[in-house]
Design a binder for this molecule. Sequence first.
Ligand code: SF4
Length: 395
Amino acid sequence: MTLETLEKINNAVKERPQELADARRKGRKVVGWFNYNIPEEIIHALGLIPVRLGTGGNDRLVEIGARYISTKNCVFTRELVGLFAENQDPYIKNSDIVAADATCLQTYRAAEVIKHYFKINIVILGVPRNFSLPEGQEYFEKELEFFTKKLEAVAGKKLDTNKLAGSIKLYNDIRKSIKELYKYQAISKSTIKWREVFDVVHAGFYLDREKYLSLLHELLGELREQHGEPVIGNLNGDARILVSGSIIPPGDTKLINIIEQVGGRIVSDELWSGLNPSMNIEIREASIKGIADGYINRVPHAALPYLDLETDGRLKNLKRIINDHKAQGVIFHTLRFCDPFTFKASETKDVLKKEGIPLLEIHTEYAGSDLEAIRTRAEAFVEMIKNKEIQEVEQ
Ligand code: SF4
């Protein structure tokens, strides 16, 4: 069974660069953003067009980026700088201003480099390290006020409470729909794969957000017709894998391809380019404070330090997604020089071991020299999960 809406979404993404160029000719402004905690609600409510920047998997761009930023930064950051250096990416070319938040300090450094070398107009949103304390939360609110003022100057208007309420509702609906899509891909004999859902999430980085929501509703309607309400029950003999760890942005298919080739079925992710931005965000009021509280209290990114494993929201979120999607093993993707996730790998493995969930860390970058080594390890991991399931069924 095919899903016609997937084709529509693909076509909409192809047409998007031209749409953006046309919108800019008519006076609209585009805000390209990267990193992990930019509240798009504010950009959207100001009548600006948000697009999320950054791609992966391109060693040529990594090499170009490394002429400007240290090779001791992760490849995602180096590729990001390479994209700006080359200036061919349609979303970068169409950005009037670039917004970046300081969640991960490597991308914060990338923002400085981009501003310095390529004279890009950048607005930075500070993110506190002590994010769980009242002082940190107060700091974030002040930072968001400052950030909003900068964007108001770009938009030529003040933030309007009613418009903000509308944008909050729109983004809440998008997040809810994405969570629903993730349920459908995880059911037995689903007509949509995780990989397709992941691509749909990436389409949302670029498309007009109202149009995107309507396409999500259409896609969910198709799935409802084919499957009814999603019930994640029968494991069906699949080796059900959850992918977590460092970002896997559009274009980086290395690990995903390998997992699929060795017979693993990805049933979910805990990635900041996947499901995570849709998890646990509750905006209680249409104000800068409401947005600040919602974002700072959501699932913490691994780049924000938190040392108590018992109360760590990142681990709680990971366990919840594993349970919700009935994953049997985690492949934890860490990019070389991505300290935020690499340092979390071993503690994550220990915590999940207590729950009976095995974790395989794959430490890699975009070059293909380690492909066969990764394939061998992934294959053994998938086999181990399949055998474990057979043993459990036999007992
Ligand atoms: S979190 Fe890791 S992958 Fe993401 S930008 Fe920071 S160092 Fe790179």
